[in-house]
Design a binder for this molecule. Sequence first.
Ligand code: COA
Length: 328
Amino acid sequence: MDIQQVSWDDAEAVRRTTEINEAVRLFEQPWSHPYLAETTALSMRYGWDGEPTDHYLVTVDGTDVAVAQYETATYDNHHIAWFGVDVHPEHRRNGHGSAVLAFLLERARKDGKTSVGMDSWAMSGPEAFAARHGFERKQVSVNRRQRLAKVDRATLDRLHDEALAAAADYELVRRVGATPEAELPALAKLTEAINDAPLDDLEIDDEAYPPERIVAYESAQAGQGHVLHRVYARHRGTGELAGHTVVAVEGLRPSIAHQHDTSVVRSHRGHRLGVLLKTDMVRWLAETQPQVETIDTWNAESNDHMIGVNEALGYEILSRAYAYQRSL
Ligand SMILES: CC(C)(COP(=O)(O)OP(=O)(O)OC[C@H]1O[C@@H](n2cnc3c(N)ncnc32)[C@H](O)[C@@H]1OP(=O)(O)O)[C@@H](O)C(=O)NCCC(=O)NCCS
């Protein structure tokens, strides 16, 4: 077996990686958006927020059989490495997944990691594979999609008006792209509220959000060609940032959007800010990005509050996924 690291600027290796990703997607989750070589290269180059993820292409006797990823965090959780292992559907049950996993585990040991994780769609095969290698299921997540043409506008307006009435002490601010430097410390503090999202049994420490991480995230998303739309709620009395929601519209495929963080700071909960922020986002996108057709989102299955808001806004379930973890 040959395990070769792939650099974003190696067009041929990126194309081969994308072919494996596409074969796996069509086999397991055909509803998800196709992988393109361009989006794969951009994602390899910039990542979510500039944190390192190494990508590997796995070949046996000259045939590409799998891809793998090795991701570590720089701002927190230094003890964890997170893996991706995807074996081409035609090459499964030949021990390739196990061999790739052994390679990733070895690297994590060398790097001094004490905990490792990986994810899969909610299917018995990958779960059996994970269990076979000592990983336990620690969280169930749900992938939902909002089809904007199907959103009932009267319901949206009603939810928005009710939320506005409950949130009279707050004003909304809309921003496209990078946050001005002067606002970064306040936004960094607000971003920490995502640590209240349930982690269930995952053994992951709170994430740290220094202002430089906000800059890194916004730059990485812009590098990938994603246009970030952020709506903040600001408390009129104190000027405090109380909550926000962020949606990224793809540059190469502007009909596709992705929901990023939505959070409301604990001391500002109970004023329907979650609904207000998300209904405002849908209205804003309809005005300025009318070509957006879908917004995809992920939530822990246990996140009742966020899911309640999403379901009111017409999000429909695509699939469930499992996160596994084990100690080293
Ligand atoms: C999960 C996955 C990586 C396994 O790859 P693979 O090359 O088929 O795995 P291996 O051949 O090394 O399997 C090792 C053992 O895991 C278990 N296993 C793997 N796939 C299984 C399946 N579909 N059903 C039941 N057990 C399975 C078996 O115990 C297997 O040993 P055996 O074949 O001797 O019975 C592959 O199915 C895949 O890429 N799935 C989609 C991506 C994914 O979910 N990745 C994350 C995995 S946590």
